[in-house]
Structures are given as C-alpha cells and as structure tokens.
Ligand binder design. Sequence first.
Ligand code: ADP
Ligand code: MG
Length: 340
Amino acid sequence: MINRIRKLDKSVSNKIAAGEVVERPASVVKELLENSIDANSTSVVIEIRDAGKSYIRVSDNGRGIHKEDMYLAFERHATSKIYSDAEIYDIKSLGFRGEALASIASVSNIEIITKTADDEYGIRAELVGGEIISNNSIGCPDGTTIVVKDLFYNTPARHKFLKSNSTEMNYINTIVNNIALSHPEISFRYIVNNKNIFTTQGNDDLYSTIYTIYGKDISKNLIKINHEKEEMKIKGFVSNISCTRGNRQLQIYFVNGRYVKNKVITRAIDEAYGTLMPRNRFPICFLYLDIPSNKVDVNIHPAKTEIRFRDERRISEFILNSIKEKLLSSDLIPNINIGN
Ligand code: ADP
Ligand code: MG
C-alpha cells in the first residue's frame, strides 16, 4: 500500500517546529527577551516562577504590536524584521525567523498585553495551545507583556524531559545574565519566585552592569579592553591572572550584540593568556565585538548561538592582540613574558 502525502495540520507543524526553538523554559526566556530588545525597549522586567515551568513573564516598554498584527505575531514565518531575502545576509535584529512566538504558543498557554504609542488603548489576548481564545481592549502603558504559562502542557514527552528546578534555573540565569550584559543600555529587572535578583541600571555602563550581576569579587579583578582596528572593534573586560575559574562558564562574549559560542574566539582568548594561565584554569571575560555584519554569518543554526566568520584569521589575530597587549601593559602582572 502506498502512503499518500498530506500536508500537516498547522498545530502539528507548529509543535514540530517548537521542538527546535523551545527546548526548555530558558529558550522561552531568550526568545521573549530578544523580542523586547528588538522592540527598542529601555526597560524590561523578567519574572520567573517554578523554574519557568509554569510561569514566565516578560514585560517591556518597547514599540508594542499593532492591533491588527496580533494574529500574525503568533503565525509561523510572520515577522516585522525582514521583508526580503537580501536582508538575511545583513541581519541587524536578534530575531528574524518569525518562529518564536508561534512555537512557544503552540506548547503553552499565553497571555499577552500590548500597546503601541499610536494607540489610545492596548489589547489583551489569551491563547491556548496557539489559538487566540479571547481578545479585548484594555488600558495599559506602551509596550508588551507576555506571560507564558504551563509550558509543554500539551506535549507530555517534552514535559517529562524537563530537568530539576535548580537545573532549569541555571539555564535561565545564564540567559538572563547574558542578555542583561549584552545590553547595558537597557534596564533589566529580574525577579525569581517573588524575590528581586537584580536590576541593572540601564545607564550603558558595562562595568556597573557587570558589578550589579556578578558582584565585587569579580569586578575588582577586571582589566579593561578597548581596541579598534580597521572596521573591527573590541571592548569589555578580562580578568587578571589572580581571578580564574575551573571552566569557561564566565567567558562571555558578544558579537554585534549577540551572545555566541565560537571556537575562534575561545582559542584567541586562550592564546592571549598563553602560559600565564595555569593548567585547567580559565580567565573570566566579558567581551563585546563589533564586526561588520556582512562578515558574520548568523544564519547557520536555529538557536543562533553559533556564528561563522568570513575571515577567521584576521578576527582571531585581532582578538588575541587586543587582549595580549592589555595584559602585557597591565600592572597586575608585571614583567611576565606571555608566550612567544
Ligand atoms: P521574530 O522575532 O523572528 O520576528 P517572533 O515570533 O519572535 O519572530 O515575533 C513575531 C513578531 O511579533 C515580531 O517580528 C514582532 O513584530 C512582534 N513582537 C514579538 N514580541 C514583541 C515585543 N516584545 N514587542 C514588540 N513586538 C513584538
Ligand atoms: Mg523573536
């Protein structure tokens, strides 16, 4: 017997797509926060309960969603961020696939309140498993609040794979910290189980943002980096050799505002410290790279933490030299010869 081909139901295909975008509560937090950033928000509140399994709220004071676009926002491949394929190669926003809200909505229950500056009233809608079940006008400030409840309530297999609250919280903390670090010009207030964790000032000062999130012990051991060559820029902080870690968790770097993992960058950092670092110890760093966006390919992985550089060697040398130069001239490690 020949199995005939059928097109999948929207709700089925959304759930399948959700498997890629929404792995765990932290992925929801990431997508919501990226949307708030793309909406030009200056102030964002993140509230988590029950490790995000039953409650995630992100409220922003950004652009809001136009009333008539509310339905589209939860459709797959619907985005306000790119309009043509040419733009895929020169992405400036964090989102662009138009998949996140549709995916999240298909595996949770959502409440959304949003208002643009042009509208007198906002709109509040509730969605169950991706379907809008209520929708009304409401008085509210400009911006968007999205509450994601009961994640994976309708996909028991995924729900079962959620880890313990403390593990899921670790993932969420990493995302929130990294996003707050990547946008020191935005104030992030982070609340977990009704407790205030931190509020960054949003004053565009990297150092005070790092201090707010990681505290004094780390902040006092940082060396400032600020270097520019041709059209590449690097700024941020690296730790002196008395402040190291047993893993790379606090090697945090951003390329064009995007938190990424990248071997070229990791290797350049290693090489910059060379033999200064004892075996199996790693420096802490918070680095911000600006590379012309047409020299970076972000479109290689849906989770978008991977990137590829078009000219790896040039970028690697730039990073290595910028850090090494600063380490060599830093008083904190006088007269030590770094590698050859
Ligand atoms: P993408 O971010 O890839 O465009 P999403 O599914 O995350 O796709 O969001 C779909 C659309 O909904 C966005 O393009 C944007 O227009 C709108 N949107 C989502 N979140 C917000 C927000 N916090 N503020 C304003 N608009 C938003
Ligand atoms: Mg998005």
